[in-house]
Design a protein around this ligand. Structure first.
Ligand SMILES: CC(C)(COP(=O)(O)OP(=O)(O)OC[C@H]1O[C@@H](n2cnc3c(N)ncnc32)[C@H](O)[C@@H]1OP(=O)(O)O)[C@@H](O)C(=O)NCCC(=O)NCCS
Length: 182
């Protein structure tokens, strides 16, 4: 099988189902989706901690040409979160933002997206998957650790004085099948 260099395409991707059977998909971000998602995302997790405004969030969801792909997450067709991926990054893709709206948190949605992200990287014969998580976001750290991501670096004061971001990596090289030895 020939590996794709750019697996994270600006097309819809089916990523799985919530625990109670609702369909989860990723689709390229639209102006309408950014407008509806931005205030909610700005109000949760690290973005609330860092005082992102809804306007700043909306603008950041609509940036083009910076090498990242921005997806809206939909649940049964309704916008329900944001996924931003930078790929290629460092011998593998970097998950820049994973945000699931509070109404859908704890339903297995984040798990589906992480598995899809890793699976896409693996199919493309990439050796690593990467992400950052805030030092204060211990729930998300536990979530990523559960799926095999390990701490590879402390990034002090990255977003704001006194706040650490944690760089996490999962090596998937050992899982690649039918790839030439590199
Ligand atoms: C972290 C997050 C992506 C996980 O997605 P999810 O759909 O809630 O996760 P799943 O249902 O597949 O798995 C549940 C796990 O997610 C984590 N989680 C659940 N709610 C969370 C929240 N509000 N914030 C952070 N992590 C959370 C927990 O580790 C939980 O495991 P637990 O049951 O042992 O507590 C999602 O909760 C979220 O978007 N949180 C707010 C934004 C955020 O912190 N994003 C990560 C930035 S690096």
């Amino acid at each position: 099988m020939r590996a794709s260099t750019h697996p994270f395409t600006p097309q819809p991707h089916a990523v799985g189902f919530t625990g109670d059977g609702r369909a989860l998909s990723l689709a390229p971000m639209t102006v309408a989706a950014a407008a509806s998602l931005a205030p909610e995302i700005a109000g949760i997790g690290p973005w609330a901690h860092y005082n992102f405004s809804a306007d700043d969030m909306q603008a950041s969801l609509l940036i083009t040409g910076d090498g990242a792909i921005r997806y809206q997450l939909t649940c049964d067709g309704t916008p329900a979160g944001v996924v931003i991926i930078r790929s290629p990054w460092l011998a593998g893709p970097y998950l820049q933002i994973l945000a699931v709206l509070p109404s859908l948190q704890g339903t297995g949605t984040g798990t589906c997206i992480l598995k899809w992200f890793e699976g896409m990287a693996l199919d493309a014969h990439m050796r690593n998957v990467w992400l950052c998580v805030s030092g204060f976001n211990v729930d998300a750290q536990r979530f990523y650790q559960r799926y095999g991501y390990t701490l590879v670096g402390h990034l002090p004061d990255l977003m704001r004085q006194g706040d650490d971001e944690l760089l996490m990596r999962k090596s998937i090289a050992g899982l690649i099948v039918d790839a030439p030895e590199r």
